[in-house]
Design a protein. Sequence first.
Length: 529
Amino acid sequence: MRKGRNMSMRWLAVLLAVVSFGPVHADVVLDLGRGPVTVHVPPSYDPSQPAPLVVSLHGYGGSGQGQENYTQLLPWTDQLGLLYVSPDGTVDSTGSRFWNATDACCDIDGSGVDDSGYLRSLIDTIAAELNVDTERVYLFGHSNGGFMVYRMACDHADIIAAVASLAGATFVDPADCTPSAPVHTLQVHGTLDPLALYQGGIDIGGYPAVYPGAVETTEIWAAYNQCSLVPDLSQPAIDVSSSISGCETTVARYGDGCDVGGSSALWTIVGGGHGPNLSPEFVPRVLDFFLSGGRGGVVSLPRLVIPAAANAAGAEGSFYETDLDLSNAGDTDVDYLFSWLPRGANNNDPLQSETFTLGAGQSVRYSNVLAEAFDLSPDVAGALRIDTTSEELHAIARIANTPQEPDAGSFGQAMAAIRPCDCTGRNERRRLLFGTENAEMRFNVGCLNASDTATRVSFELYAADGTELGTHSMILMPWGNDQLNKIFDAYRPVSGYVEYWSDLPGGNVYCYGSLLDNVTSDPTTVPPM
């Protein structure tokens, strides 16, 4: 039997280490009678080493290329060394590509085309051409493709290790599926999906179709895998949709008592639709679910960001240093490393520290983290990203004005770490209060883009009585950050507030205010409302 392997990977090293690739191998083009299919070969592919394979299936009316455009899987498969293919379905009488998946979806002409056999032959042919690790074959599908991955798990459990379905469903009658081995399954579904209803239904987009809901689908596969039907709900909510504020997706995992090689999980996108705007977290979390053997760890992403950090001179004779406290609230060791995100820069390839380990229940303080972790000398200002192996790592920084007089003292500006899903999505407005500019006080606004895509942040300034004063904007590069100093200076003396938003797709923005005393230059953090 396959699938006995326990995948124990040091994810932080896999995702963040600098890899020296050997010879680059060309992509492979196959044709099994339905037209050419391109198998992407990652730069790190070594023919002597078996590589995992990811198969991505489009929705009804879509295409393999359209599926890639939607998911952006390819860059991650390159980074993780995965073979990757996103084939096309056949075309029906409406001119739409489809997969003949379950009875519910989506062979509307009743053609009976054997897509299950075709996809199995495609996997076998890829394995004959390239060194595929046949214990690590993974399928992801959206909509019709999400139905199809369950059909494949039913028919070909001998070679499929895990599947993930976004807005799909399994067979309505559990007796119609008899998997020959355990399979890790992940169901991802929006509660407001108008086509494939979260609670299940009797039609899909107007076509008669009986299918189970998201919870029922998950529990059917938990039963196939001999898992307990009592879900583990302890994992924190995650960010799947970039259009919904915060960590909108709840996690339920059926992992107790399962046969080796099987589990079942459900990610519920609260308020999500049929084709959610996928957040930067989504794809790496799905791949982490695959490669972690269904455990769905959280270490494949930058988990925490300190929105501002400095070892630099400021206005009014000030000089700021950044202290950082880290605490491990878990019962196992935590690995972490820092990435330095300079102000005004494109930080997709940031300077990184060495990897540190913090024991269970322990805390550590860096008295000047930029100097200690990176040996950065003045003057530097920006933000700090913390990549970690556990949600149990907590962090808070203090940006303090170094006293010029021995007895002057400085309280400093507390800057708690945020998660990327604490940021705002596209066109979501947030407000910063305490906007004050006069002889005693000044007000700065700093912003961070916690995503791999450049974006624009727009600001509207208001007096306390609601009078609009003016507008500003800034462009933030990937993982970029910047600051607008004395944003109300043209209207002083004034007391008011700032509204901000990002109007470009892809951005994931967090802004904060700094209210500073002009005498001491001591800052106070103003979080967004």
